[in-house]
Design a protein around this ligand. Structure first.
Ligand code: HEM
Length: 532
């Protein structure tokens, strides 16, 4: 159970981080940006505090679930839970302290929400929020280091805090955008006043992040050759995406300040801010995964070389036929056997799964491009191609499990990778059905039109929060490299389609190029995927 408990703990930690951002970051945004401009009674303040309350109680529930999951994951063969032994650990005790401080902060934020005009309530919320944030410093890798413990704790804390304020402020801007009356003159002022705070957060988190990363990654070989290193690299790419969108916002705000047309600021910027939020939440997911991954400097195993990483991604002859059932059933590792490496037949079948999926995704993306270019009217039915893809995936995704294998459907679900593969293989079904109804008009003007981009984000989230590196073997790490690439392009595909749907028409052509191009990139990563 320890793998499944570990996987759920990372997911819950990621959700808790988003909740902490909405509550702590939202509070800082109110104090430094919104209240000075609009006063306590503005509907934006109520909207941000409401989101903050939802955030803090979500974080508290997630932290409680993580504490309860741990003894379950450590359960003995006789199914007894080592609860007292677990509660005796420093980590469990600090987790309980953080949980308690979270509840106190939640109460302070709820009290503030009831009467935002009482200055004492802002002070109380601020003080309890700070204590809650500080308590996280005893729950990061730094505590277990042999050297530089205090500088690493402070740097990780500064990194986290700056990240929570940036992400929380972007959550707050989205909430304010939703709460504002049309052409609200406050909106551009909010953006202008937020810009220096945003820049200070970015500078602080990058400086602290690089300090921590140099200590935990150690050298260039580990940056590209270990799981921890690759996740830091993926964070840098997602940070670049978020900063590109933030730069767009900054550009439009500056044009407004120079007397430019407030229309663009009012109609376009809220959409770019939504996309920026998506990229930032994706980075937070990676932050939660990093917190649960052993630093590269602790790993003594072999690093994959740059050449091996490039070879993993490089074009090669795809495997478009599966190994025979006889050959596979004669030589395969059970999906419940976490520590035994995959057999040659398992790898052959996994290569077939990924390569054939890549080919189908390239076909789907190709027809979508025909539709975008208005070359053929029938091409608007491109989402229907996801249905045979989804059916094929359900059959081949777990070759030793249901429906073709002898391990059944439920037993293999103890393996987090099986859970993720089963979940991931359902995504094409929903994307296909919903997006077809959007493309053919039935759902084009309903909230369902956001299904496709939302499922792209969900797929990316599943990939960003899971690791295959049970045994730390290089082969497993190389699998991770492809998955990290697929996750990044899934975020880009979602952002492209989200902007295409949300930006006032005609949406820039670039948005269509971004999502169809990202779908194709995922297709190529899958087509050339190879387990060695
Ligand atoms: C230059 C870019 C960045 C670098 C080098 C970096 C590096 C790191 C490293 C090494 C850790 C793990 C610390 C540990 O193992 O204890 C970490 C954690 C984290 N990062 Fe970053 N990061 C970067 C950007 C970001 C951004 C843009 C965000 C969010 C907006 C972010 C949010 C987080 C969070 C929330 C954690 C803490 C997870 C936890 O322990 O609870 N990082 N980062």
């Amino acid at each position: 159970m320890i793998q499944l408990a570990g996987y759920f703990a990372v997911l819950l930690h990621a959700i808790a981080l988003a909740g902490m951002a909405a509550s702590l970051g939202g509070l800082v945004f109110c104090v430094l940006v919104l209240r000075p401009l609009a006063g306590d009674a503005h509907p934006g303040v109520a909207a941000v505090l409401r989101l903050g309350r939802i955030g803090i109680w979500t974080a508290v529930l997630c932290f409680l679930a993580v504490i309860l999951l741990a003894p379950w994951g450590l359960a003995e063969d006789d199914h007894s839970w080592p609860i007292m032994e677990y509660l005796g650990t420093g980590f469990a005790q600090m987790s309980l302290v953080r949980l308690g401080l979270g509840v106190v902060f939640g109460i302070a934020l709820s009290t503030l929400g009831r009467q935002a005009t009482a200055p004492a309530r802002w002070v109380l919320a601020g003080a309890t929020g700070l204590a809650f944030a500080l308590s996280g410093a005893w729950l990061v890798h730094a505590v277990s280091r042999l050297s530089e413990v205090v500088p690493l704790m402070l740097a990780t804390l500064l990194h986290q805090f700056a990240a929570l304020i940036w992400v929380g402020s972007v959550f707050a801007l989205v909430a304010c955008a939703g709460a504002r009356r049309s052409e609200d003159p406050l909106w551009p002022q909010l953006l202008a006043r937020f810009s220096p705070l945003g820049m200070a957060c970015v500078a602080a988190l990058v400086a602290a992040g690089v300090f921590v990363a140099t200590r935990y990654v150690g050298d260039w070989a580990s940056l590209i050759g270990t799981n921890y290193g690759i996740m830091v690299l993926a964070k840098l790419i997602l940070l670049a995406i978020a900063l590109t969108l933030a730069a767009l916002n900054f550009h439009h705000t500056r044009r407004w300040r120079a007397g430019g047309n407030p229309q663009a600021v009012g109609r376009v910027l809220p959409i770019y801010i939504e996309a920026e939020l998506v990229a930032l939440v994706a980075v937070m997911l990676l932050g939660a995964s990093l917190a649960a991954t052993p630093p590269a400097t602790d790993l003594t195993g072999e690093r994959a070389s740059l050449a091996e990483v490039i070879d993993t991604l490089a074009p090669k002859t795809p495997r478009l036929l599966p190994p025979t059932r006889e050959a596979l059933m004669a030589d395969h590792a059970s999906s419940l056997d976490f520590f035994n490496p995959a057999t040659e037949m398992d790898k052959a079948h996994s290569n077939f799964n990924h390569n054939i999926s890549g080919l189908l995704l390239l076909l789907i993306a190709g027809v979508a491009v025909l539709d975008r270019l208005k070359i053929a009217r029938w091409a608007r039915h491109w989402p229907l191609l996801f249905l045979p893809f989804a059916l094929l995936l359900q059959v081949i995704v777990e070759p030793t499990g249901w429906p073709l294998g002898d391990e059944g459907f439920f037993a293999p679900l103890k393996n987090p990778s099986v859970v993720q593969h089963r979940l991931a293989s359902l995504l094409p079904l929903f994307i296909g059905l919903m997006e077809w109804r959007v493309q053919t008009g039935a759902l084009a003007n309903t909230r369902w039109r956001y299904t496709f981009p939302s499922l792209c984000f969900l797929g990316a989230a599943v990939l960003l929060t899971h690791t295959h590196v049970a045994t730390g073997l290089k082969a497993e790490f190389l699998i991770e490299v492809s998955h990290a690439g697929i996750a990044l392009f899934a975020v880009l595909a979602g952002i492209g389609r989200w902007l295409e749907l949300r930006l006032p028409p005609p949406a820039p052509r670039l948005t269509g190029v971004l999502w169809t191009g990202s779908l194709m990139a995922i297709g190529f990563l899958l087509l050339f995927y190879r387990e060695t």
